[in-house]
Design a protein around this ligand. Structure first.
Ligand SMILES: Nc1nc2c(c(=O)[nH]1)N[C@H]1C(S)=C(S)[C@@H](COP(=O)(O)O)O[C@H]1N2
Ligand SMILES: [Mo]
Length: 197
């Protein structure tokens, strides 16, 4: 983990900026209590996240940098490991979307996304980028790299609508994903030190 972690803001802005996490931490803090659902079928219930609302970051640090004719439609979030998710701006601005630095009263550990992660409890886990280091603002949908992947995620990934897969209905892929939980966890060193969620 970098000694002085930052989040870079890029894309449809008049200039790119690098925000130190210390700076982001000065924004008003929020708490969100929510369940967390991985698309593969496991859930963690009643988690308490703390951090800064993405909406607050957007209103205070991003909107002043927007050009007059570049309405933002999509936002991509990237982690230090290169993992990326693309959200509709509308979904990213939901009240419960946080740039979180604490979970259940403790600083985030590396398993769960230190130093900060995106938390969007209304959307499946794969949207919730850990080790967040870069946010990019787009005026149209950016190219989707996993479009033809058999596991291509839904672009909204709303849990209440069971939007698990880009093309297939959630109830169709549910049993397939469930069989993958074991192997995925076995492949993931991250999962090995914490109890299953
Ligand atoms: N940077 C990064 N973020 C990530 C992932 C990842 O591999 N790298 N996996 C995603 C998936 S699929 C899930 S379900 C959640 C898991 O979060 P947890 O490890 O805190 O349980 O993180 C999401 N965010
Ligand atoms: Mo996941």
């Amino acid at each position: 983990m970098p000694a002085d972690p930052v989040i870079e803001l890029h894309g449809a802005l008049t200039e790119s900026v690098t925000l130190a996490l210390d700076d982001i931490a000065k924004l008003p803090r929020e708490e969100v209590r929510a369940d967390f659902h991985c698309v593969a079928g496991w859930s963690a219930t009643g988690l308490l996240w703390e951090g800064v609302s993405f909406q607050t970051l957007y209103r205070t640090r991003v909107e002043p940098l927007l050009g007059p004719d570049a309405p933002v439609s999509h936002v991509s979030f990237e982690g230090l490991d290169g993992y990326r998710s693309i959200l509709l701006l509308e979904d990213a601005l939901a009240d419960d979307v946080l740039i979180a630095d604490r979970l259940d009263g403790r600083p985030l550990d590396s398993d769960h996304g230190a130093p900060v992660r995106l938390v969007s409890p209304g959307q499946y886990g794969y949207v919730n980028i850990k080790h967040l280091c870069r946010i990019e603002f787009h005026a149209s949908e950016p190219p989707v790299t996993d479009r033809w992947s058999p596991l291509a995620g839904h672009d909204r990934a709303r849990v209440w609508k069971e939007e698990r897969h880009r093309y297939l209905p959630g109830r169709v892929v549910r049993p397939i994903y469930r069989t993958l939980i074991g192997p995925i966890r076995a492949l993931s060193a991250r999962g090995s030190r914490t109890p299953p969620r």
